[in-house]
Design a protein around this ligand. Structure first.
Ligand code: N2P
Length: 344
């Protein structure tokens, strides 16, 4: 994005820069709680780059923002289904892989995304299942072993769920025995009805500040992304994470450059920085999301290795990858609107 460094400072709160003559600013748009504490500063040690860093709450919010302002961001972090949709609709530009030699560090298993098999447009960032977060002083491990805890009314006004159509309709679909990628309108309607019936239990739908929502004990149970719940567990050890026996969802999120970016070389260099083993490891240990970086995995120790191994075991069988649902995006939008508007 071409703006002056001084404008960048005025425009956002998290801008690390110095004012100077007009030049290019790297504008990064990412989920909240989804980067290492030092990722940006460590890049700026080597590159004299002004960085504009801002957060979004959902794939849909990010895509809507880019549709209105195609040149607003140089780097975004869509989940696989959203990256697939963005690529299909021309919202992404090809990467200059010569600027990303650290691609060699990626795990074999992540090198060929189903929607972009040569990684021409997107590079894997982290992966994570969704599951149940719970306060183990109040909720037993047996109760938290089923997604039924979200829907059975046992914890009125004490449940949080993601404000995310695919993720939250997805867990309701899994609980009902359907695919999290269902494109059957009767199944989606049933999932929406289940969520509406659970609304008296719901304290909030949110994607933001999830670690503190659990850690502060504002809720006793909820449904969310593993990393955010594990961040809460680090603050408050009573918080635990479980993958429900009915199955759950798994996401790989990607780094991609929007087609409107005019600072793609800098964005590619930043992707290369993220793929540095030490930088990837620092991101993974801060965010508690599982790495896609083999070189980082090899550097990890103790708790981090244990967490990743547990997640990897869960992946076999219980977890369904969230993929793009052909020409049925509006089905999810409609079902989600019914959930948000339904009930009280
Ligand atoms: C981080 C959310 C990351 C999205 N707060 C996981 N797919």
């Amino acid at each position: 994005m071409r703006i002056t460094k001084c404008m960048a400072l005025v425009a956002v709160s998290i801008a690390i820069s110095s004012c100077g003559p007009q030049d290019s600013t790297l504008s990064i748009y990412n989920w909240s709680d989804y980067i290492g504490d030092t990722t940006i500063e460590s890049y700026q040690q080597y590159e004299n780059t002004s960085i504009l860093y801002s957060n979004y709450s959902s794939n849909e919010e990010m895509m809507a923002k880019l549709s209105f302002e195609p040149d607003a961001f140089d780097l975004v972090f869509p989940s696989g289904y959203a990256a697939a949709e963005m690529k299909r609709s021309g919202m992404l530009q090809k990467l200059d892989k010569a600027l990303i030699p650290n691609l060699v560090n990626l795990m074999e298993a992540f090198r060929s995304p189903y929607f972009d098999t040569e990684m021409e447009y997107c590079v894997p960032y982290t992966w994570s299942p969704t599951g149940i977060g719970y306060n183990s002083d109040v909720v037993s491990a047996e109760e938290a072993a089923s997604a039924g805890i979200l829907f059975n009314g046992n914890y009125p006004n004490m449940v949080t769920m993601l404000d995310d159509s695919r993720a939250t309709l997805g867990i309701a679909l899994k609980y009902l025995g359907y695919s999290a990628n269902s494109s059957q309108s009767d199944e989606l309607n049933e999932a929406a009805e289940l969520l509406v019936s659970a609304k008296p239990s719901l304290r909030m739908f949110t994607n933001d500040n999830i670690p503190s929502v659990y850690a502060s004990e504002e809720v006793v149970v909820g449904y969310g992304w593993s990393g955010d719940i594990m961040q809460a567990a680090e603050i408050n050890p009573r918080i635990k994470f479980s993958i429900p026996e009915e199955g759950s969802l798994v996401y790989v999120d990607y780094m991609c450059i929007p087609s409107g970016s005019d600072n793609a070389d800098e964005a590619a260099k930043f992707i290369n920085h993220i793929l540095d083993p030490n930088v990837s490891l620092e991101i993974a240990t801060t965010t508690k999301y599982a790495t896609t970086n083999m070189a980082a995995f090899q550097l990890a120790t103790g708790d981090t290795i244990e967490l990743w191994s547990a997640l990897q075991q869960a992946e076999s069988g219980l977890l369904e990858n969230v993929i793009v649902v052909d020409s049925n995006i509006s089905l999810y939008d409609d079902a989600w609107r019914a959930v948000k508007d339904g009930g009280n």
